[in-house]
Ligand binder design. Structure first.
Ligand code: NDP
Ligand code: HSE
Length: 432
């Protein structure tokens, strides 16, 4: 084999970065891979559209079959996104004996096991580094560098868009949620449907992929408790700061024997926690393995260049495997039977931040405290903000360890008090 021919499907934010590197870093990549990587064909939905990268129009097609059925193409890079037709594209590529590189976390979270089994049966490579935390090599770390470890806990800031928005909200210059989201979209961080980012679904997709690699368990996205950042206000960010904490949208997976809890939600982190200072589009993943101990990987979690970095690394791995006749040197991940039960969100226990919106009237705070006490929730500290008699004021508190189910019941009861005027907000805390 004198070169590896690549078929690229998708030429958007990520695809255009990948095409540009394949076209402009030919010799550099050939030296690094030990074999040239040639961009043989590119498929897009709108072949005539003007692009930020110049690709010879003879290479461009609107029909994926022109890539999938080309016997000279050894690797298909899927950068279309979404479930359909990405799934069919990948399955056909595998059926035709081509290795696959993808960044499609939604697809892998929903159908990863089926796709990995298909690749495994066919004996082709399946690489997906860019699907989680873009530029951070967390997939390679879990698949290779940490393979001898029994993983106990994994925490991740796994979404660049929401971390960018939370960071902008913390700046304190009154920047609105909408304007921060618009900037994240303009920079190419957000999903085509940004509610996937905002509702924690994109983080849940990524967490599902990490859980398969770290704990050998296929977890369907619907089994992951996911809560987004829509309810978080700039005031919550400020009040958290007053308690010495930062709010982050965290993906959390913790193993306790044969049980696993897997969840995504806004989380208060003490400012001493290594993930609390991860700002802007940066992501970070913290892993605790029984051999390596605590390990944190940090880098840009979205955007053209960091994602291109991950896709190119995968392409070089595939090219090396093809050159040396060793496809599946690193096999596609498949589940192992170890985790027997997923814990439900109601079973978790920890500290909580509460924000109540109530009328500033004598006795209200003591009624709230009584209800919390009746549900075995003890208060660690209270801040009453912006006192204005007979107005609605926020009362914020931190609790000691409490059970999620008790918290749910207590807040439902508190929200029925006439003096409580808006739905109460609770944010879980992690000490790490
Ligand atoms: P874009 O929406 O920017 O690009 C999608 C590309 O796919 C476009 O070029 C589009 O063609 C093409 N396309 C869409 N449907 C078809 C189809 N049916 N047949 C052929 N081509 C099609 O997406 P991104 O580049 O942002 O994302 C690509 C993937 O990478 C997604 O899975 C995403 O989740 C993932 N990802 C994105 C990151 C980011 O920071 N943006 C980071 C990490 C992962 P046309 O241009 O003609 O419309
Ligand atoms: N929309 C995703 C994010 C892209 O903001 O993290 C990277 O996966």
């Amino acid at each position: 084999m004198d070169k590896v021919n690549v078929g690229l499907i998708g030429l958007g934010t990520v695809g255009s970065g990948v095409a540009k590197m394949l076209l402009t870093r030919r010799e550099f990549l050939a030296r690094r891979a030990g074999i040239p990587l040639a961009l043989r064909r590119v498929c897009v939905r709108h072949p005539r559209r003007n692009r930020s990268v110049h690709v010879d129009e003879r290479l461009v097609t609107g029909n994926p079959r022109n890539i999938l059925q080309d016997p000279d193409i050894q690797v298909v890079v899927e950068l279309v996104g979404g479930i359909h037709p990405a799934k069919e594209i990948i399955l056909e590529a595998i059926k035709n004996g081509k290795s696959v590189v993808t960044a499609n976390k939604a697809l892998l979270a929903h159908h990863g096991e089926e796709l990995f089994r298909a690749a495994s049966r066919k004996g082709v490579d399946f690489y997906f580094e860019a699907s989680v935390a873009a530029g951070i090599p967390i997939i390679k770390s879990l698949r290779e560098a940490l393979i001898g470890n029994d993983i106990e806990v994994l925490y991740g800031i796994l979404n660049g868009t929401t971390n960018f928005i939370l960071t902008e909200m913390a700046r304190g210059d009154g920047r609105s949620f909408q304007s921060a989201l618009k900037e994240a979209q303009d920079r190419g961080y957000a999903e085509r449907n940004p509610s996937l980012d905002l509702r924690g679904i994109d983080s849940a997709h990524k967490l599902a992929i990490l859980v398969l690699l770290a704990f050998g368990k296929t977890v369907r996205p619907g089994q992951i408790y996911a809560e987004g950042i829509r309810e978080i206000t700039a005031n919550d960010v400020r009040y958290a700061h007053d308690f010495g904490c930062t709010i982050k949208l965290l993906g959390i997976a913790k193993r306790d024997g044969e049980e696993l809890e897997v969840r995504v939600h806004p989380t208060l982190l003490p400012n001493s926690h290594p993930l609390s200072s991860v700002s802007g589009v940066h992501n970070a993943v913290s892993v605790k393995g029984d051999l390596v101990g605590d390990l944190v990987l940090y880098g840009q979690g979205a955007g053209r260049l960091p994602t291109t970095s991950a896709v190119i690394a995968d392409l070089v791995d595939v090219a090396r495997n093809l050159k040396y006749g060793s496809p599946q040197r690193v096999p596609p991940p498949l589940p192992v039977k170890r985790i027997r039960r997923l814990r439900r969100i109601g079973e978790i226990e920890g500290r909580y931040y509460f924000r109540f919106s109530c009328i500033d009237r004598p006795g209200v705070l003591s009624r709230i405290a009584r209800i919390l006490g009746a549900h075995r929730i003890s208060i660690a500290s209270v801040l009453q903000k912006d006192r204005r008699r007979e107005h609605i004021v926020p009362v914020v508190m931190m609790t000691h360890d409490a059970k999620e189910r008790d918290v749910e019941e207590a807040l439902a009861e508190i929200d029925r008090l006439p003096a409580v005027r808006r739905k109460s907000v609770s944010i879980r805390m992690e000490r790490g």
